[in-house]
Write a protein that binds this ligand. Structure first.
Ligand code: UDP
Length: 249
């Protein structure tokens, strides 16, 4: 079943789904068969996709573009299409693991620095007894490694493939390879394994609630300013988009 996006932000589709609905959708895909891709979209994705047609096409074809990042939910509200929930990649991974333990879905954790996916798998297993992590592997998104990684995931018999190579690499990787891995659902999850493994601390709950997670990440990882410097332009373009849509109505 194809889920229609609630809106487009600078041309990128965004779905209005809650975390619970996302898990139910995954469950439906498990019985439906085929390969389905999830992207966790934040404003940096939107800005990168403006310059990169391949990334734009991948997001355009993804089965679910989750509103990760307060910049997405704010823009949606500003554009007159408020979303019900922000769905962050790390929350998706944690809740998917809990549901997978109940349903018997087999997870594969691909990406992050060596050892991080293994540690994240241990944490997820200890929190969710019965969870099957069919495999973990750091690897890299380089083309030379693709065949080997696809083989590993396929051999592991994974149902759900979580890829942490950062955007756009993880999403392009999934678009190229998900169907070949045999997994029925694939999601690009950015820094989720780093958080779960405890390698990078997550912003305190109050900061997340008031929409300041991005600021916490910037303070902890100052190199992020490079990525975040596109945000003022993003805000301006969203402003113009509203202006344009008003002119057209
Ligand atoms: N990463 C990787 N290989 C690469 C580039 C990135 O394994 O070639 C990993 C990195 O270690 C991190 C994740 O990809 O675990 C990206 O996390 P980031 O915080 O940049 O993603 P975001 O949450 O901002 O989308």
């Amino acid at each position: 079943m194809v889920l229609r996006p609630a809106l487009r932000i600078l041309g990128i589709p965004i779905h209005d789904v809650t975390l619970n609905e996302t898990l139910d959708r995954v469950a439906a895909w498990m019985t439906e068969g085929g390969a389905h891709q999830i992207a966790t979209v934040n404003p940096e994705f939107v800005m990168a996709a403006r310059r990169d047609p391949a990334f734009r096409a991948v997001l355009g074809n993804a089965d679910l573009c989750l509103p990760d990042g307060v910049g997405i939910t704010l823009a949606a509200r500003y554009l007159g299409r408020p979303l019900r929930e922000r769905v962050a990649g790390v929350d998706l991974v944690e809740r998917l693991a809990a549901r997978a333990a109940e349903e018997g879905w087999r997870l594969f954790l691909l990406g992050a620095a060596p050892g991080v996916a293994e540690r994240a798998a241990e944490v997820l297993r200890s929190r969710n007894p019965g969870l099957i992590v069919a495999g973990t592997y750091a690897g890299s998104p380089r083309a030379e490694e693709e065949e080997e990684i696809v083989h590993r995931v396929r051999e592991a018999g994974a149902d759900i493939l979580l890829v942490a190579y950062g955007a756009p690499a993880q999403d392009l990787w999934l678009a190229r390879n998900l169907a070949r891995t045999g997994a029925r659902v694939g999601a690009g999850v950015g820094g989720a394994f780093d958080y779960i493994a405890g390698v990078v601390p997550r912003a305190p709950r109050w900061m997340r609630r008031v929409g300041l997670e991005w600021l916490y990440r910037l303070i902890r990882q100052p190199w992020r300013w490079r990525r975040q410097r596109v945000l003022p332009l993003y805000a301006l373009l969203v402003l113009l988009e509203r202006f344009r849509s008003r002119c057209n109505t």
